[in-house]
Design a protein around this ligand. Structure first.
Ligand code: UDP
Ligand code: MG
Length: 310
């Protein structure tokens, strides 16, 4: 029996790319074993005419095309969540609108699930060619670091582009946390995952909305969401400096007994005080990140707000 594949596509200022995306997917549809397609475009508070483009497309192809439009920009993670909730397919693919995720790979993904029995077929960058060296360096460092300190494996270079079975989608949806770090959530649910290799390619139109700082904040959120090692580290550093200070006190007392009083060494004193003060602030900051996370979760705010849906 022919299956239904839902395509979840977060869109933020993608007026130029959506028509190209739709055309490219319609073109690969015949290779998908007669599967039905269901498009779920999520307009994540775009400032351009993305919503008009979606409305037009929906009128042109009401059978397959659906969209959800948010009341403002809630971020890609929220858009993904909304799309996964709306999707009704037996299989669900998550794809970017900019055609950086090659639609031709869908056929291979489908084969991975139907013939080889995987639950998820994802894509993974084999190289970072074309990326500034400094960015690759930070990315690689981030992955090495997070995999050391988190028990949930986060695959270096894994893209969000993937095809999942209904079972996996339901598992991902069962995690209704507010702080959503998809790379972690998708890995946390487990299941058998196969990675296809992926060659970097440029977006067909428009521009990326990720700056270096946005990526840095995103990686910090990822670490906070999937590891409590920074907290342990803070206590560890605190304990170590306590031990060092004990040794220091012993040294001072013994020196006093042997040589008598002295006022030398105030410079080193100030440096040490600065260092300890800095460490305390750092640890407070780490604590603050976790408490902030708890605060946001505790409010139980909705992950997104829908303004229009078809
Ligand atoms: N996106 C989104 N909300 C945002 C930022 C991005 O829905 O706040 C969407 C965007 O439209 C695209 C996908 O997420 O479909 C990936 O974004 P982008 O291409 O800018 O990221 P990159 O591929 O450069 O990592
Ligand atoms: Mg992109």
């Amino acid at each position: 029996m022919a299956k239904k594949i839902s395509l979840v596509v977060p869109c933020f200022n993608e007026e130029k790319t959506i028509p190209l995306f739709y055309a490219a997917l319609q073109a690969v549809k015949p290779q998908l074993r007669g599967a039905e397609l269901e498009y779920w475009f999520i307009n994540d508070g775009s400032h351009d005419t993305t919503l008009d483009v979606l409305r037009e497309l929906q009128i042109k192809d009401p059978q397959q095309v659906h969209y959800i439009s948010f009341s403002r920009n809630f971020g890609k993670e929220a858009a993904l969540y909304a799309g996964l909730q709306a999707a009704t397919g037996d299989y669900v693919a998550v794809m970017d609108a900019d055609l950086q995720d090659p639609p031709e790979q869908l056929a291979e993904m489908l084969a991975g699930i139907e013939d080889e029995g995987y639950d998820v077929v994802g894509t993974r960058r084999v190289n970072r060619a074309g990326e500034p060296a400094i960015r690759s360096f930070f990315a690689n460092t981030f992955y090495r670091f997070i995999n050391k300190i988190s028990s949930t494996p986060i695959v270096n270079g894994a893209r969000d582009f993937r095809l999942m079975t209904r079972q996996v989608v339901d598992a991902v949806l069962s995690m209704n946390e507010y702080n959503r770090f998809s790379k972690g959530l998708l890995s946390w649910v487990g299941f058998n995952t196969k990675y296809l290799s992926y060659e970097n390619r440029d977006r067909v139109a428009g521009q990326t909305s990720w700056s270096f700082w946005k990526l840095l904040r995103y990686s910090i959120d990822g670490i906070i969401d999937f590891s409590d090692v920074p907290l342990v580290l803070a206590s560890f550093v605190g304990f170590a400096s306590f031990l060092v200070s004990l040794a220091g006190i012993a040294f001072v007392i013994i020196r006093k007994i042997i040589y008598g009083g002295s006022v030398t060494g105030w410079a080193s004193m100030v440096s040490i005080m600065l260092m300890i003060g800095g460490l305390q602030l750092l640890c407070l900051g780490i604590l603050g990140k976790y408490i902030g996370g708890i605060y946001l979760e505790a409010k139980k705010r909705p992950i997104y707000i829908v303004k229009e849906k078809k």
